[in-house]
Ligand binder design. Structure first.
Ligand SMILES: [Zn+2]
Length: 236
């Protein structure tokens, strides 16, 4: 699950929320596909419910913990580099305020303001909160809203777990003989929904996203099922 980027301007809380939502959908999608691949693969070899449950649960935990750990590491690193950039900016503002003001004027001009308006805006922003102005215009971050690595880790964990529960339950709840069909059906339906919503949340056309997502999920299940069947036939 990728953390929301700081591309959105600091005032764009809706954009940030959509990024989070999209990351959650993609995290759930990961949970669905990887756990579906796992339980369908095991189902290729055995119909035994406790084997399926064990494999699915282990896959759920392994996946959600590894996603959470990865997210924790990546967001911590991102936060460290944002903090380093902020303290460098602080140092520059202290040591060379004139050059920093010029820099801000330059960046505002690049964004389309006329020279005179840019200068006026830069002076006002600097008087009000110079660091915040540079953080926002130059670095694209809000110094008060650096992403918390624990929040990101929890969000990944929960999103992956929510997704993984679908194929796990679809595999172990139905009676023998129905498990595979129910799981494949549920997973493909979920692929349609997650593909559609992630495209909508990213303002992309949903058709191709749904097609790619369903194809990806179907491939994952086909490959692991074939592998499970072959291993079973080979007496492994
Ligand atoms: Zn600066």
């Amino acid at each position: 699950m990728t953390p929301p980027t700081h591309d959105e301007s600091s005032g764009n809380a809706l954009g940030a929320r959509l990024n989070w939502l999209r990351a959650a959908v993609l995290g759930a999608n990961d949970g669905i596909v990887s756990t579906a691949g796992l339980v369908v693969g095991v189902a290729g070899a055995t119909e035994d419910r406790s084997a399926l449950l064990t494999a699915g649960l282990a896959g759920l935990l392994a996946g959600s913990l590894s996603m959470a750990a990865g997210e924790y590491v990546s967001v911590s690193t991102q936060r460290d580099s944002e903090r380093a950039a902020l303290s460098e900016e602080k140092r520059q503002l202290r040591e060379e305020p004139e050059a920093e003001l010029e820099e801000l004027v330059g960046m505002l001009t690049e964004r389309g303001l006329s020279r005179a308006v840019a200068r006026e805006a830069a002076e006002q922003l600097t008087r009000r909160d110079a660091l915040r102005a540079h953080a926002s215009v130059e670095l694209g971050i809000d110094p008060d809203e650096l992403t918390n690595p624990w929040h990101a880790a929890w969000a990944s964990f929960l999103a992956f777990t929510a997704g993984a529960l679908l194929p796990l339950l679809a595999m172990v709840l139905p009676p023998e003989g129905w498990r595979l069909a129910v799981t494949v059906g549920c997973v493909l339906a979920a692929m349609v929904m997650t593909g559609w919503s992630s495209a909508r949340l990213g303002a992309a056309p949903p058709g191709p996203a749904v097609l790619r997502n369903v194809t990806g999920g179907a491939l994952a299940m086909a490959v692991t099922y074939a592998t499970g069947t072959l291993l079973d036939a080979a007496g492994a």
